[in-house]
Design a protein around this ligand. Structure first.
Ligand code: ADP
Ligand code: MG
Length: 323
């Protein structure tokens, strides 16, 4: 049986990937030591993933390792921050190498992709629960805050929306879905791609940004509330994921607008910056689509392809309101 310390040494401790850089001391002491670059602000965020709540019991461990870091990196992306390091607090029912090996491989592969070093954490026995805290850096004044949208800004979306929600509907048998389509849509649910390069490319261009984790309507709503503005959103311009794009219009509208687990960025930028936004998308190798406009009148107004008003039930996910 692996001891707590064997487990940490074997699966989570590696030679520093950032020699003589931001991480002065990694795993092994009471605290890690991080040296922020002079003049930079630290961006810090935590996300917890609970078995049976955020992922199915028995979820594939390599994908789970990827996903739990991806959702945290997505928060850094939404601030325009560059990843530096993260901590991992892990509650595990048992120290099973067959689970730990692929979990740590998925986690650390994504960490390496982003130069984000695992610098510490905590390990305890208990129900499966994975809590990550990420640390990033951003030049002062350049973070993409939720309260920074301005009247006249365009609203943009990265990538595509709704395939993760479609996969959930398939698993729940809410809609019939062929196995190949379900498998394709499910990669969006199990292995989201944090839009880190886009977030940093939007510094100095975008005003406000948020990552879409609970559904676009609700998450854009946070920008509107914090910025004390409203918006009109062209629902039929929302870019649907390739599997959702083959579904009926009503489902496309509902799942692009109020899906969840998309991990794309929704951001606002002045109309004068359209070319700069497109260039940022090009640089980050991700499509960006203009889907609406920030207005002074509070509230979210939905319109169809012809600009006619639409009424849709667009509630987003809430852990305490939902069953
Ligand atoms: P303490 O007793 O001070 O809480 P621990 O014995 O829990 O320290 O942890 C020993 C070292 O291993 C610390 O540096 C801690 O940050 C690190 N650590 C513990 N669990 C993990 C984990 N799951 N991933 C990465 N590092 C971890
Ligand atoms: Mg401890």
């Amino acid at each position: 049986m692996l001891s707590e310390f064997d487990l940490i040494a074997r699966y989570f401790t590696r030679p520093s990937r950032r020699p003589a850089d931001a991480v002065a001391l990694g795993i092994g002491d009471d605290c890690a030591l991080v040296t922020p670059r002079v003049g930079m602000q630290l961006a810090i965020s935590s996300d917890m993933l609970v078995e049976g709540r955020h992922f199915f019991a028995g979820a594939e461990p390599r994908q789970l390792g990827h996903k739990c870091l991806a959702v945290n990196l997505s928060d850094l992306a939404a601030m325009g921050a560059t990843p530096l390091a993260f901590t991992l607090a892990l509650s595990l029912p048992a120290a099973e190498p067959a689970w730990l090996q692929p979990f740590s491989a998925g986690l650390l592969a994504l960490a390496d992709e982003h130069g984000c070093e695992l610098i510490g954490g905590d390990t305890t026995k208990g129900p499966l629960n994975i809590c990550i805290t990420v640390f990033g850096e951003v030049p002062p004044g350049q973070a993409l805050r939720r309260d920074a949208a301005r009247e006249g800004d365009d609203i943009w979306i990265s990538g595509t929306l709704g395939d993760a929600r479609l996969a959930l509907a398939g698993y729940r048998h809410e809609i019939p879905l062929e196995q190949a389509s379900l498998d394709q849509a499910a990669t969006r649910m199990h292995a989201p791609t944090p839009r880190v390069a886009l977030g940093t490319a939007l510094r100095g261009i975008a005003h406000a940004a948020i990552d879409i984790s609970d559904g676009l309507a609700g998450d854009l709503g946070h920008i509107l509330t914090k910025s004390a503005v409203g918006a009109t959103l062209a629902v039929d311009l929302l870019p649907a994921g390739p599997v959702l794009a083959q579904q009926a219009l009503d489902l496309r509208r509902r799942f692009t607008l109020a899906g969840g687990d998309d991990y794309e960025l929704c951001f606002t930028a002045p109309a004068a910056c359209r070319d700069a936004v497109l260039a940022a998308g090009h640089l980050a190798n991700i499509a960006v689509t203009r889907v609406g406009r920030i207005e002074s009148t509070p509230g979210l107004r939905l319109v169809d392809a012809d600009g006619a008003a639409l009424t849709l039930q667009a509630t987003s996910f809430d852990h305490f309101a939902s069953p």
